[in-house]
Design a protein around this ligand. Structure first.
Ligand SMILES: Nc1ncnc2c1ncn2[C@@H]1O[C@H](COP(=O)(O)OP(=O)(O)OP(=O)(O)O)[C@@H](O)[C@H]1O
Length: 584
């Protein structure tokens, strides 16, 4: 499916405002083009000795009306375009955000958050400048240009003098063609460097705690400095070419003025044209210089923002990896078993599969334990259920439906996934817990907090559930953060809950309390627990042991303990560890 880019929908909504603005600009320019003519007539009357005090008042009134008409009409035209320019920012940022939300985890693992921020801020603003200030000035300048040239032709100034005076101006298109692409290319480099810097800043601020603990601030400052230096180099190179461009355009305007002064002056002395026409001609040429200067600026801005527009259009055209089929149907996880059949999965671009030949049936209401060494594929397995990445066709069925054929909303709203490092938003603890159930009342929030064994901690905060969390919940300890994120899972009361190593940062006693709550509260609902501590899995209906993406053992706790294999070995190590700890 081809995306229609960012400008088309915008212009579809706002073309009539632009049309209104152009009309106002045209009217303003026509009014302003009378200015030199009025001064020319004034000069001729003055020279001929025919000027009375009534004429002075008449000419003054004309000039006042011209000035006021120009300011009112042009000012309102400008306001309209500036207003819709802001509308563009608003529309595009909303659209980008919606688009970003639909992109898959795979896209985010390839593209940094800094890049997205750059799209949001600099690129959108860059394009807005072109379509508001740019279009505004172009409309104003081109209409003034046409009105001035039209008024010159309609006056008594001879055509050959007009042609000679405005002749140097025809070099402007040639300069645009030569310098424009260079500006565009250098501008793209500046934007890329800005993107890299934002990405680096985002990462460095995110990792500031690690940086401080390892006392490597100077290295980080140096690395960041290199990124900033790159921006400076690229920006200076852009400024050089832009300045050259902006200086050349008015220079040609000045050349026109010199020709009109010299040639027009000569013809006036010869008596070929009147003094009034000479005054009008120089004023017309002077009036042409402003629009020319503006057109120079606009071309500069447009060249710069074309690179931004291209990037935005490319982004909008990115298709999400995970899409719903046309005949996707809602799924019911409470009643249907999940069957995995010969599931083998390789991450895009990876050389080795992360899951191999998985055969597994998860019956509704069961508690499944997953254990295995780090990197053995535990998270990958559960993410297949959420369709973070799509499994191969036919590999996972929910009841009789292939998981690839179910609607994403129905699937994901029935799964409460609690990751090891659950992200907490910069809002209150209560709102964080009710994140996936906005309609939840205080009672439900408190109950979920009790189930996750975090209630007492929260109650001790002066503002209780209204306590605001800083970015990533910095005011909470690791274990408190984990349990808040666990409460967020509990409150969903979802048919399937997945705890992905979600109690690793809590002590063994709290962990056993949480497992006990799960057994009690989630009776009849499916729960998958991934854990490194086997004590958390003791009560599971089924435990699978993963190694290098394969299920190497399966059964209940007692059965697995009794057979030789990694489970019993791990158990022995953990028991030994706890005896050792007890004996100290
Ligand atoms: N987005 C990804 N792209 C490519 N490879 C990945 C991606 N995520 C994980 N992997 C790889 O897949 C394998 C299994 O990773 P997974 O996260 O499922 O392991 P895990 O058993 O959950 O580990 P841990 O206990 O450390 O959380 C690892 O080799 C990992 O490097």
């Amino acid at each position: 499916m081809k995306s229609e880019g960012v400008l088309k929908p915008y212009f579809r909504q706002t073309w009539h405002i632009y049309l209104g603005s152009f009309t106002l600009h045209a009217a303003a320019s026509i009014v302003f083009a009378y200015f030199p003519k009025v001064l020319g007539d004034f000069t001729d009357k003055l020279k001929g000795g025919e000027l009375g005090s009534q004429d002075v008042a008449h000419f003054s009134l004309m000039l006042v009306l011209i000035g006021a008409g120009y300011a009112l009409l042009g000012g309102y035209g400008q306001y309209l375009v500036m207003y819709v320019g802001r509308l563009f920012e608003y529309m595009t940022r909303r659209r980008l955000f919606t688009h970003f939300s639909g992109l898959s985890e795979h896209y985010y693992s390839k593209n940094g958050v800094g890049k997205m921020l750059n799209y949001f801020m600099n690129d959108v603003t860059g394009v807005r400048e072109s379509i508001s200030m740019g279009i505004n000035q172009t409309a104003m300048a081109s209409m003034l240009l046409v009105s001035c040239v039209g008024a010159m032709i309609l006056s008594d100034i001879p055509l050959y003098l007009i042609a000679a005076s405005v002749g140097p101006l025809i070099f402007i298109p040639w300069i645009v063609i030569k310098i424009g692409p260079v500006i565009r290319q250098r501008s793209r480099k500046v934007q890329e460097a800005l993107g890299t810097m934002t990405e680096s800043a985002e990462e460095q601020f995110g990792g500031i705690r690690v940086t401080k603990k390892f006392a490597v601030e100077p290295i980080m400052i140096e690395r960041f400095g290199a990124k900033v230096d790159q921006i400076k180099t690229n920006q200076l190179s852009l400024v050089r070419i832009s300045s050259l461009f902006q200086a050349t355009v008015p220079f040609l305007g000045n050349l026109s003025l010199i020709v009109s002064l010299a040639y027009g002056g000569y013809l006036t002395i010869q008596g070929d044209i009147s003094l009034g026409n000479f005054v009008a001609l120089t004023l017309y040429v002077r009036m042409l210089m402003n629009p020319l200067q503006q057109i120079g600026n606009v071309i500069n801005t447009v060249q710069r923002s074309r690179a931004s527009l291209q990037r935005l259009n490319e982004l909008i055209a990115v298709q999400p990896d995970i899409v719903e089929t046309d005949h996707a149907a809602a799924v019911n996880l409470s009643a249907s078993p999940i069957r995995m059949k010969d599931l083998t999965f390789t991450y895009p671009g990876a050389s080795q599969p992360s899951l191999q030949h998985i055969d597994l049936v998860i019956q509704p209401g069961m508690m499944l334990g997953i254990v295995g060494r780090t990197g053995s594929g535990k998270t990958t397995l559960v993410k297949q259920l959420l369709r973070v990445y799509d499994p191969p066709a036919g590999a996972i069925h929910v009841g009789s439906q292939d998981i690839r054929e179910v609607t994403l909303e129905s699937l994901r709203t029935q799964i409460a996934y609690v990751p090891q490092d659950g992200f907490l938003f910069s809002t209150t603890i209560g709102e964080n817990i009710a994140f996936a159930r906005r309609q939840a009342g205080q009672g439900e929030i408190h109950a979920a907090a009790k189930q996750a064994c975090i209630y007492d901690n929260i109650a001790e905060f002066p503002e209780g559930f209204e306590t605001k969390l800083g970015e990533r919940g910095v005011t909470l300890s690791g274990g408190q953060r984990q349990r808040t994120s666990l409460a967020r899972g509990f409150i969903m009361q979802a048919p399937l809950m997945i705890l992905d190593d979600s109690v690793s940062a809590v002590d063994a006693v709290t962990e056993s309390e949480i497992v006990h709550t799960i057994q009690k509260e989630r009776q009849g609902k499916t729960t998958i627990i991934i854990a490194h501590r086997l004590s958390a899995l003791k009560h599971a209906d089924l435990i699978i042991v993963l190694d290098e993406g394969k299920i190497v053992q399966r059964g209940k706790h007692e059965k697995l303990l009794a057979e030789p294999g990694p489970y019993a070995e791990l158990h022995a190590i953990q028991e030994e560890g706890s005896h050792y700890a007890d004996s100290r």
